[in-house]
Every structure is written in structure tokens, then in C-alpha cells.
Design a protein around this ligand. Structure first.
Ligand code: NAP
Length: 254
């Protein structure tokens, strides 16, 4: 059954940027499919919050690196919503091995990061394309990272995977136009668990230092990122193939 409200799939929506984007899209009148890997309870909480905002919401567990699971996810979305107007390709992963430890990085870790961040994004986009083409305003937003645009202290496979996301975004914009716009966001160091895991005991000190060096004097939040995601989807009708940096001006000025 086709619904009147537009529908969006947000991958990696059980927490962080995905959660904030799903709720903001729900508040903007979208029905939402909340994808996640294993956090059932967290995903259900996001769905409940989206329903409170007036959306129809479904939760879909699927590892985006698993092509068959991705296909099954789209069958469910088609069954439930009968349409798709936006995809936020946000699911992402990294490793704990710092770039200083060249020998410590296992190639299995490398492959897993690329399988989720790059191949997963491609698989989701490819599976979404036919449904999206039925929309009069289809839009995809990919989550890259500032480290996909310039060097940083993040692990090698993560940085390289996000550079690949930048490339994929431009390539897909060319392949999927004129029906589907494809853009990416590149957040800087974001307040929250991801950077806590990466920076460990140095989290408070390094985030404060980063904030001091940022023209807008703080680090980005998931809410800031979601604001840009939703604006790329709901407006900017002639913008495609672009990478929008969301870091309060840090990378533009340092
Ligand atoms: P987060 O809080 O760690 O959440 C990650 C989300 O992705 C969770 O919903 C997780 O689901 C899901 N996920 C992980 N692997 C998956 C897989 N294989 N298939 C499906 N879902 C999967 O992440 P975040 O900090 O919001 O970051 C989200 C995105 O922004 C990532 O692509 C990240 O690279 C990018 N980013 C983050 C920062 C930052 O500082 N945090 C900066 C720049 C870019 P489960 O809960 O079920 O595991």
C-alpha cells in the first residue's frame, strides 16, 4: 500500500547521527525505516519516538555489508511503505588500531571497515534506486567524514573508507541523476560515544582543544549533523554530488 507521507530509510539509526536524523525527518513529515545492526532495544526506542512525532516507523535489523540482508530490508520497506523518497547512508564502523601502529592493524579489520562503510553504502544505494526513482524528489545523503577529505589521526581503513565515500558520492550523483540527488556530509569530531571510544582518557582534553581551535568554539553534535542531513533532503533541489563539511569551520581555518 502506498502512503501519502514521504518515506526515508536511515541506516545505522539506533543511535548518534542516524537516530537524530530519523527523528528530525519524522518531525518533517517523513515515515521512517530505522536500520541497525544489533541494538534492538535502542532501535525500538527511536521508532517509538518517531511515532510520537507523527510518523509511521519500522525497525529493520540488517548488516549493510550483507547483500542478501539488504535485499530483504528493501522488500520489507516496499511492503510497509510502498514508496521511498530518501536514504541516509549513515551506518559506519571503525577499528581501534591507531595509524601509528602500522603492524598492529589486521587485514580482517581493514576488510570489515570497507565492507560496511563502502560496499555496504553501495549495496544499499543500488537496492534503493528503483524505489527512489518513483519519487518526484528523491535524495540520498551519505555520511562521509572530515578525515575523508584531509589527513587526521583516525585509523587507516576508516580514513580511506571515508575518502571512498566521497568518491562514491560524486560518482553516484552522476549515475543516478536527474531523478535522484546524491550528496554527502563530512562531520568533524562529534561529541559522543564514537569519539570517546577513539580518544579514551584524552577525550575531554582533546575535544576541548578542538573546540578552542574551531571558529564556532565547540565540537559538532549529532543534532547539528541531522539538521544538515534534513536540509539536504528537504531543500537544495539543485545540489548534487556535493560534500558538506559540518565542523564549525575547523578544517577551513586550520
Ligand atoms: P554510532 O553512534 O556509533 O552509531 C553507529 C550506527 O551504525 C548504529 O546504529 C549501529 O547499529 C549502526 N551500524 C554499525 N555497523 C552496522 C552495519 N554493519 N549494518 C547496519 N548498521 C550498522 O555512530 P555515529 O557516531 O552516529 O556515526 C554515524 C556515522 O557518522 C558513521 O558513518 C561515522 O563514520 C560517521 N561519522 C562520525 C563522526 C563522529 O565523530 N562520531 C564523525 C564523522 C563521521 P547498532 O547500534 O545496532 O550497532
Amino acid at each position: 500500500m502506498t502512503h501519502q507521507r514521504p518515506a526515508a530509510l536511515i541506516t545505522g539509526a539506533s543511535r548518534g547521527i542516524g537516530r537524530a536524523s530519523a527523528l528530525k525527518l519524522a518531525a518533517h513529515g517523513y515515515d521512517v525505516a530505522i536500520n541497525y545492526a544489533s541494538s534492538d532495544a535502542a532501535a525500538k526506542e527511536v521508532a517509538t519516538a518517531a511515532v510520537t512525532l507523527g510518523a509511521r516507523a519500522i525497525t529493520v535489523a540488517a548488516d549493510v555489508a550483507d547483500e542478501q540482508a539488504v535485499r530483504v530490508m528493501f522488500q520489507r520497506i516496499e511492503q510497509e511503505f510502498g514508496r521511498l523518497d530518501a536514504v541516509v547512508n549513515n551506518a559506519g564502523t571503525t577499528v581501534g588500531t591507531p595509524p601509528s601502529d602500522l603492524d598492529g592493524l589486521s587485514m580482517t579489520e581493514w576488510d570489515r571497515v570497507f565492507a560496511v562503510n563502502v560496499r555496504g553504502m553501495f549495496q544499499v544505494t543500488r537496492a534503493a534506486a528503483s524505489l527512489l526513482r518513483g519519487s518526484s524528489h528523491a535524495s540520498i545523503v551519505n555520511t562521509a567524514s572530515i578525515v575523508g577529505l584531509r589527513p587526521g589521526p583516525q585509523p587507516f581503513p576508516y580514513a580511506a573508507s571515508k575518502a571512498a565515500v566521497v568518491s562514491l558520492t560524486k560518482q553516484l550523483a552522476g549515475a543516478l541523476g536527474p531523478e535522484i540527488r546524491v550528496n554527502a556530509i563530512a562531520p568533524g569530531w562529534m561529541v559522543g560515544e564514537w569519539m570517546e571510544d577513539q580518544l579514551g582518557d584524552n577525550y575531554d582534553r582533546l575535544m576541548e582543544r578542538r573546540a578552542r581551535l574551531t571558529p564556532l568554539r565547540r565540537c559538532v553534535t549529532a543534532e547539528d549533523v541531522a539538521e544538515t542531513v534534513v536540509s539536504l533532503i528537504t531543500s537544495n533541489p539543485f545540489v548534487t554530488g556535493e560534500i558538506i563539511v559540518i565542523d564549525g569551520g575547523f578544517s577551513a581555518t586550520t
